[in-house]
Design a protein around this ligand. Structure first.
Ligand code: ATP
Ligand code: MG
Length: 336
């Protein structure tokens, strides 16, 4: 389970509006990746391009040898069945019960018997913690429950690649912490390759194996989580620090004059290295994530090519993880 997604030189525009250029990255099989980026930088467009719903003008998205940009539509359609997609807005049908919403892809794309559908749907409902709510309409439940229903629906076809578009938007901090744990637990249970688009710094700090960021029509960087979490790139540091000072402005990127003015008042905490919070582990009783060993080998193999701060952070990660106890949910911020 878990399939590698290779993105090569992807370039997308709408008419004269360029969204991003030359995006190249690989989502390693079975690993969890997060894509960050200010609003409007084309994160949702990127997800839609991965499943072939939008067509970039240049580049390729390779999955099992199928190019989701240029292959025949029939192959793209087949490959799309490997995906589970959780939309930014939940996208549930308002007149259908949660059960029917979650069953929808099974009824639409398979010829399974109703008894089999029931079994699968109830299993997914249990995974996302919605047992008992299956008869409710989307309008009768909270936003957080709707999010989880959207996630359950993304899971019914046994996806090998799971894309989540801002799964945390509209959730309170406690629900977001549960969601983070749910994403890691899910990865342990199904070993799917996962890409999560989020603005949430706690999710970014605790969930992914890899992280990337879109900004100014480019992929700033993509790699092991330690690379972004220790990055001194101004835009990355500003975003992860949640600060006003830096290249990102409220409505758009700041102009050069504003940036120059700010340069005189550089923030002091840029100087000290940021500490890395440990990544979440699966809840007790669940199997270990199979991607962990693969990731360790992969990352150790690229160590020489990484910046020094990332290198020592990775060494630290693995020095501790060798005999690490299972922490159900380390509180972010309190350190360890
Ligand atoms: N189908 C479309 N036709 C034309 N323009 C589009 C289309 N879809 C998106 N865009 C434009 O592409 C840009 C990026 O949109 P996108 O929704 O991907 O941003 P985003 O990074 O997901 O933002 P947010 O964090 O607010 O969700 C926006 O300027 C948007 O208006
Ligand atoms: Mg979006």
């Amino acid at each position: 389970m878990g399939i590698e997604v290779v993105v090569e030189g992807l370039t997308k525009s709408f008419g004269r509006q360029s969204i991003w250029r030359d995006v190249t990255l690989t989502l390693p099989a079975g690993e969890v990746s997060v894509m960050l980026g200010p609003s409007g930088t084309g994160k949702t467009v990127f997800l839609k391009s991965l499943i072939g719903l939008l067509k970039p003008e240049q580049g390729r998205v390779l999955i099992n040898g199928v190019d989701m940009v240029n292959s025949p539509e029939r192959d793209i359609y087949e490959t799309r069945k490997l995906f589970g997609l959780m939309f930014q807005d939940g996208a549930l049908f308002g007149s259908m019960s949660l059960f029917d919403n979650i069953a929808f892809p099974l009824r639409e794309h398979t010829r399974k018997k109703e008894s089999e559908i029931r079994r699968i749907v109830m299993e997914r409902i249990e995974i996302v913690g919605l047992l008992g709510a299956e008869g409710k309409l989307p309008g009768e439940i909270s936003g957080g429950m709707r999010k989880r229903a959207g996630l359950a629906r993304a899971l019914v076809l046994d996806p090998q690649i799971v894309l989540c578009d801002e799964p945390d938007s509209g959730l309170d901090p406690v629900r977001t912490a549960y969601l983070s744990q749910l994403l890691i637990d899910l990865n342990a249970q199904i070993d799917a390759t996962m890409l999560i688009v989020t603005h949430n710094l706690d999710i970014a700090a605790t969930v992914p194996d890899n992280m990337g960021m879109l900004f100014r029509r480019e992929l700033v960087t993509f790699g092991p989580r330690e690379v972004l979490l220790t990055s001194e790139e101004p835009v990355v540091a500003q975003f992860l620090g949640g600060r006003r000072e830096g290249p990102i402005g409220m409505s758009e990127e700041k102009d050069a004059a504003t940036l120059a003015a700010e340069a005189g008042t550089a923030v002091a905490d840029d100087a000290r290295p940021r500490r890395i919070v440990p990544q979440l582990e699966p809840s007790p009783g669940l199997p270990p994530r199979r991607a962990v060993a693969r990731r360790r080998e992969r990352v150790m193999g690229m160590l020489d090519r990484l910046p020094p701060a990332a290198r020592s952070a990775i060494r630290e990660t693995y020095a501790h993880s060798a005999q690490a106890p299972t922490l159900p949910m380390p509180a972010t911020g309190s350190g360890a």
